[in-house]
Design a protein around this ligand. Structure first.
Ligand code: GLN
Length: 314
């Protein structure tokens, strides 16, 4: 039954991709085929379902903010992270720096660029990128994750906006170590190449409060996972987080590579790849597919909703 729901999700969502565009502000991402779409769903009872382009490698982009935050919470502690990074949705685009300068002394949350760059600044002196790469492989259960050198080069060459954010953070005393090293760490994490399957693996780990299903090992503490999932729910889809929470009701994190990582608490992890994006930078077909899955599989965090008369007739 899950397999056929996924197949239908792909069928109804694929046309949606034609309404969006692939990200092109990082030129290498502009080469993606916007019609691609894949969904993987790994459930707590061991079920593994994949439909469509689920083995295609693409860059994790902002979904790496989840990994960076989780590792930073474990290494630096909750108080250190949230001393200078907020927990509130910003209502602005993911790469905005306007509120950072005009109405707040610190980034709104760790899921937007300013917050994630601040978190990268805390972590970078404590851990090497190589260690982050191997942790990412472990958390996603995917040994195939590598640094995509082309995306890394392309983003590094077109990184003025994040550079502006990082230097502003230094000016505010939030980044205290080397700004260029922090930026390099951030860009490298965004350039990890994953698949929809690796995201479903990470989603399942988070759904199971940090316990790896195969080995039974606690890879992340339950406190870390709870914080990460809550922030994904309120801030994971940038300035589209509120509407997404109402319509889909699943803690999720998107990236401009076209990925969406979703966590159905206690039940499953879902990974999506669909590089065509809406105006806010979220996978347009991916969002549609998740809305469909939420409805058909009853995945909304707050259960079934009240249907309108029109919807009930369908
Ligand atoms: N690397 C991208 C950037 O910093 C990540 C943004 C995203 O995925 N929304 O702009």
């Amino acid at each position: 039954m899950i397999q056929s729901v996924l197949e239908n999700a792909i069928k109804i969502s694929r046309p949606e991709a034609l309404k969006g565009e692939v990200a092109s502000y990082i030129p290498e991402l502009g080469k993606a085929d916007r019609r691609q779409l894949g969904i993987s769903l790994f459930s707590a009872d061991g079920g593994r379902f994949s439909v469509g382009d689920t083995k295609v490698r693409f860059s994790i982009q902002s979904i790496s903010k989840v990994i960076t935050l989780a590792v930073a919470l474990e290494r630096c502690g909750f108080d250190r992270i949230f001393e200078n990074v907020g927990m509130e949705p910003s209502g602005d685009s993911f790469n905005s720096l306007i509120k950072l300068e005009t109405c707040s002394s610190h980034p709104f949350n760790p899921m937007i660029n300013s917050g994630a760059i601040a978190v990268a600044g805390y972590l970078e002196p404590l851990i090497s990128f190589e260690e982050m790469l191997s942790l990412s492989r472990k958390l996603c259960r995917d040994e195939g994750i590598v640094l995509d050198e082309k995306v890394y080069g392309s983003e590094s060459d077109h990184n003025s906006r994040n550079r502006a954010i990082a230097y502003l953070l230094e000016n505010k005393g939030i980044i205290q170590n080397d700004v260029e090293r922090t930026l390099d760490f951030y860009v490298k994490m965004c350039s990890l190449s994953v698949t929809a399957e690796s995201l479903a693996g990470l989603g399942l780990l988070l759904a199971q409060n940090g316990v790896d299903r195969e080995s039974g090992k606690q890879l992340l503490s339950p406190d870390t996972v709870r914080t990460v999932k809550t922030i994904m729910f309120t801030c994971g889809m940038y300035d589209g987080s509120g509407a997404f929470a109402v319509r889909v009701g699943i803690p999720s994190k998107s990236g401009v590579g076209g990925g969406i990582l979703s966590v159905v608490d206690g039940r499953m992890g879902i990974g999506i790849f669909g590089p065509s994006l809406d105006a806010k930078g979220n996978s347009i077909a991916g969002k549609k597919a998740l809305e469909y899955l939420s409805e058909k599989l009853g995945l909304h965090m707050f259960g079934a909703g009240q249907k309108t008369e029109g919807e009930m007739e369908e």
